[in-house]
Design a protein around this ligand. Structure first.
Ligand SMILES: Nc1ncnc2c1ncn2[C@@H]1O[C@H](COP(=O)(O)OP(=O)(O)OP(=O)(O)O)[C@@H](O)[C@H]1O
Ligand SMILES: [Mg+2]
Length: 242
């Protein structure tokens, strides 16, 4: 579904940030990028919604070159969840969630019903939460709303950049379970960045381990666990977080 064909990014100041990436992400796959700070995970992710453009190589999205897409369309088709969710502070929970579906001209009644159903699904009572402002939500609640906002309009791809790393361990576990369940239900192609190997092992269909803008190993959790490519990969298992 998404194909990186010899993709590199060279920056005049920092040199090679990404170096010859070749891989494919399958339709419906939960694909996890992991690696130390500065290894190029966020950059690799942001190429997909063209917040960053590569300097060499091509990325294909459903067999079409990404460069041929209209940027606005592309952004509407790629849900994006970040470590610190940026909800619009002056809009209620309901208005925040409805923003993208409204831009996509989805039916208002449908949006309302789906918002309620999704809130219930993530354990937030609609009557209590619909009219709240973001400032009256906890960190974990904000992340939940951020996830709902990203998935309500059925984007073709869900991009998540360390979405749970700012949360306490209990909320983190709950949201990992939630995203796993949502993925099972909607089967949405997901690209997920993390520092945490336990998180990667729990969620991923395949894990892509990066170092210095290159892929060190790309395989299923089981295979990476059983046959780590080198000492660098092995080290990830001896650390809880890198
Ligand atoms: N706009 C930019 N201009 C120049 N260099 C950049 C830019 N953004 C990132 N970099 C550099 O590119 C490299 C990869 O950054 P990136 O943010 O992709 O890493 P990361 O793996 O996501 O790290 P972290 O785990 O800390 O989020 C780093 O060396 C960083 O300094
Ligand atoms: Mg990053």
């Amino acid at each position: 579904m998404i194909k990186y064909d010899n993709v590199s990014l060279t920056c005049p100041v920092n040199g090679k940030i990404l170096d010859g990436l070749n891989f494919e992400i399958d339709e419906g796959e939960f694909f996890v990028l992991i690696g130390p700070s500065g290894s190029g995970k966020t950059t690799t992710l942001k190429l997909i919604n063209r917040l960053i453009e590569q300097t060499d190589g091509d990325i294909f999205f459903q067999d079409e070159k990404l460069n041929n897409f209209d940027i606005r369309e592309l952004r509407l088709e790629t849900g994006y969840v970040l470590q610190q969710i940026a909800l619009f502070p002056n809009l209620t929970v309901e208005e925040n969630i409805a923003l993208i579906p409204e831009m996509k001209k989805m039916d208002k009644t449908f949006i309302e019903q789906k918002t309620r159903a999704l809130l219930e699904k993530v354990g937030l009572e609609p009557e209590q939460y619909l009219k709240r402002l973001p400032k009256d939500l906890s960190g974990g609640e904000k992340q939940r709303i951020g996830i709902l906002r990203a998935i309500i309009s059925n984007p073709k791809v869900l991009l998540m950049d360390e979405p749970f790393s700012a949360l306490d361990p209990i909320s983190r576990t709950q949201l990992q379970d939630l995203i796993k369940q949502l993925h099972k239900e909607y089967n949405m192609t997901t690209v997920f960045v993390t520092h945490d190997m336990n998180e990667a092992l729990k969620l991923a269909d395949r894990i892509c381990i990066m170092k210095n803008g290159k892929i060190v190993q790309l395989d299923t959790p089981q295979e990476i666990k059983n046959n780590p490519a080198n000492d660098f990969v092995k080290e990830f298992f001896s650390m809880k977080e890198v």
